[in-house]
Design a protein around this ligand. Structure first.
Ligand code: GRG
Length: 303
């Protein structure tokens, strides 16, 4: 709109995310049927359909549409993103990793099904994610499908998620510097967000220049996601009341606030989100609206 005025109809992000989550949930439900041996499929479905925010699928679908592709072209990849994210949470919660008993408002997978099944459910979801993109993607040049699968593989393995987890395990007890903290965040969190955005864009017909801009966008929101997480760790949900949750800054875990302070952490989060949004200025505002709103949501979330 002219003169930087507000567009006539404001983008309804809540409604958009609810609709996208419903589409993704329906596709995920079909992707993992309850067949023999029921126990493993039940365990996969237990965590997959437990109601996450579906941020990664939403990013994947929005990137596809940003570059002019149809939503359907990226739906299998969007589902794959959630399968991978879910399996990383299942394995992260295991006693050998973070040892968490609860996830997504219910007992962790290994609490409900036992460690053996939880490990296997994670393995099966990871395997299914790649099969699902390869088998279910329709109407896209196979060269682009291959590029998307390759992108996702790199983001998950020992140069991506796994790398972030390994460095994180090695930094328990604190004492890490900003460069290491950044490395952990960029790999544990940003890598999968980047794969979601880039695979969606590839499947939607993106050109090289689109991919470059969207990589910058997704790395920035991925790092911002964790900086905000670190901030919320201290301020909790009482931030809007102007109070802090009372956790002290010198706990064992190294965070952005423990290294650079709360005020600077907030500035860094703001800068990252501005940087992300700056990547979208060349696109038609109506088309860019979902990715702009996703970036703002990551900055403004309260829990
Ligand atoms: C990936 C092969 C493979 C092995 C697992 C355990 C592990 C290696 C990596 C851990 C990755 C991990 C737990 C990263 C944190 C990701 C993160 C930001 C989780 C929170 O995401 P939200 O807020 O959660 O999107 P919901 O539940 O809404 O989806």
């Amino acid at each position: 709109s002219a003169n930087g005025a507000q567009p006539m109809t404001a983008f309804d992000f809540r409604q958009y995310m609810q609709q996208r989550a419903a589409l993704v949930d329906a596709a995920l439900d079909l992707a993992v049927p309850l067949q023999y041996p029921e126990k493993i499929n039940e365990a996969m479905r237990y965590s997959l359909l437990a109601g996450g925010k579906r941020v990664r699928p939403a990013l994947c679908l929005a990137a596809c549409e940003l570059v002019g592709g149809p939503l359907e072209a990226a739906m299998p990849a969007a589902c794959a993103m959630e399968m991978i994210h879910t399996m990383s949470l299942i394995h992260d919660d295991l006693p050998a990793m973070d040892n968490d008993d609860f996830r997504r408002g219910q007992p962790a997978n290994h609490k409900a099904y036992g460690e053996e099944i939880a490990i296997l459910a994670g393995d099966a979801l990871l395997s299914l994610s790649f099969e699902h993109i390869a088998r279910e993607t329709r109407g896209v040049d196979p060269v682009r499908v291959l590029a998307a699968i390759s992108e996702v593989g790199r983001a998950v393995g020992s140069r991506g998620l796994v790398a972030g987890q390994v460095v994180d395990l090695g930094s328990e007890g604190g004492g890490v510097g900003l460069a290491t903290l950044r490395y952990i965040h960029e790999h544990k969190t940003a890598a999968l967000l980047e794969a979601a955005v880039v695979s969606g864009a590839l499947l939607g017909g993106a050109e090289e220049a689109d991919l470059e801009r969207l990589r910058t966008y997704s790395r920035a929101i991925g790092l911002a996601f964790q900086v905000v997480d670190d901030i919320l760790d201290i301020t909790g949900t009482s931030e809007e009341l102007g109070k802090t949750a009372g956790k002290d800054l010198s706990s064992a875990k190294t965070t952005y606030p423990s290294l650079v302070g709360l005020a600077r952490s907030r500035e860094i989060a703001d800068e990252l989100i501005e940087d992300a949004k700056a990547q979208l200025t060349q696109y038609e505002p109506a088309r860019a609206a979902p990715l702009v709103a996703l970036a703002e949501y990551i900055r403004n979330r309260k829990n």
